[in-house]
Design a protein around this ligand. Structure first.
Ligand code: SF4
Length: 407
């Protein structure tokens, strides 16, 4: 056929096709990440160690011989346990870690390296990183306690390894972090430009102490700054009238982490949350009530993807979204020392179904990328898929999303 005008694809159509092709590349990389989590990676720890952050190497997950904080070739984050019997391997070539599958090289990967501020010593003599973490997104994350008091009652959540991790003195040098110390770490991070979000969570403490502690932390931060942007992750309070106090203290977002939507599974898997905080219905009521205080998309919860059937999990995400609550989700990882150790997470396709359908729900209810990242720490798992679906990438690379800078 002669070269006519009809044979020339208009530039706008070409760019739409290119964008769609790039989207598919990124979606495939998300699916690859899920397969790495399912099958694991074969690697030589000594060879890979120089590319990793020291703290990352010592994380609880890595003590089970796994790799965290991986950035795949197109920018998607991933993790994978060690396995000798897997299609995936990591080898060092020309001084770079290269991921392979059975067919050949996939590409060069990199690892998350902690921000230098985390190496600083605070006035107490503690290292910053023993008080707080700095995320890839430019936020500060604090787990104020390294233990959960539900353990003593035999009511801790079946999947949670907080009390196991607390036994590791190297990783958990400070069991309870004073509000003053937390505020100092926040200040250091803000001076370094990486405190554009502040997340605080921790093990279970009786409600009244939790509230006082969070408000003391917010007050300590506001001794130096008129405001901050962040989320308080708390249990559902017995009396909803305390909820506005968190907002008044400066928290723009609030989260009650349900962990599992199905009410019967919630009662079984999270016995302390069921018994001590008024039960499943009370948690859900508190989330809905909070939307009236914090606004649509600024109230969060988290479910552990894989603890309950897919349909039930999606039902929860949909129901909560219809009420203005972002129900985030992570991928279940059975951890050593927990009652579910030895169990398996669902397969990669299951997690992809949840990611695909869950992010469609977020889009349908008009949530924003900022809201994807402003709640619990599970954000990149679904936040990156949300961004890919929204076309928030250049070429075929997903750049690291960052919280907007504070004034
Ligand atoms: S309440 Fe939170 S910290 Fe305590 S066991 Fe459950 S998930 Fe872990």
């Amino acid at each position: 056929m002669a070269d006519t005008e009809q044979n020339i694809t208009p530039a706008s159509d070409r760019s739409v096709a290119e964008k769609e092709a790039a989207r598919q590349i990124l979606i495939s990389e998300v699916q690859l990440g899920l397969k790495l989590a399912q099958y694991g990676i074969n690697y030589n720890a000594g060879e890979i160690r120089p590319f990793q952050d020291g703290f990352e190497q010592a994380s609880a997950y890595n003590r089970q011989r796994g790799l965290t904080g991986i950035k795949l070739p197109h920018g998607v984050t991933a993790r994978g346990g060690y396995s000798r019997f897997t299609p995936y391997s990591l080898v060092v070539e020309d001084g770079k870690p290269v991921l392979y599958d059975e067919k050949g090289p996939i590409g060069v990967i990199s690892f998350h390296i902690a921000h230098p501020v985390t190496e600083e010593l605070l006035s107490s003599g503690e290292k910053f990183r023993h008080i707080a973490n700095v995320s890839n997104e430019g936020g500060v994350s604090v787990a104020y306690s390294s233990e959960c008091s539900l353990k003593d009652l035999g009511e801790d959540c079946w999947f949670c390894s907080i009390n196991e991790r607390a036994k590791d003195g190297d990783l958990n040098k400070v069991l309870i972090k004073s509000p003053k110390l937390v505020a100092e770490a926040y200040h250091r991070a803000r001076q370094a430009g990486v405190a554009n979000h502040f997340r605080i969570t921790g093990g279970f403490v009786p409600e009244r102490r939790e509230q006082e502690y969070y408000l003391d932390v917010a007050d300590a931060i506001r001794e130096k700054y008129s405001s901050f942007y962040g989320v308080g992750i708390i249990g559902a309070p017995a009396d909803f009238s305390v909820l506005p106090k968190y907002k008044e203290a400066g928290f723009d977002n609030i989260s009650h982490n349900l962990e599992v939507w199905d009410r019967n599974l919630f009662a079984a898997i999270c016995p302390g949350k069921e018994k001590r905080n008024g039960g499943w219905q009370h948690w859900v009521d508190s989330l809905e009530h909070s939307v009236g205080i914090f606004g649509k998309g600024n109230v969060h919860t988290n479910v552990v993807g894989g603890l309950a059937p897919l349909d039930s999990t999606l039902e929860g995400i949909e129901y909560l979204a219809s009420k203005g609550v972002v129900c985030h989700f992570s991928a279940f990882r059975p951890e050593k020392g927990t009652p579910l150790y030895g169990y398996r997470s669902p397969e990669a396709w299951w997690h992809w179904e949840l990611l695909d359908k869950g992010t469609d729900i977020y889009k349908r209810y008009g949530f924003t990328t900022l809201q994807m990242y402003s709640g619990p720490a599970s954000a990149p798992h679904h936040g990156q898929v949300f961004q890919i679906k929204n076309g928030e990438f250049e070429g075929d690379t997903l750049a690291q999303w960052k919280f907007p800078a504070l004034d």
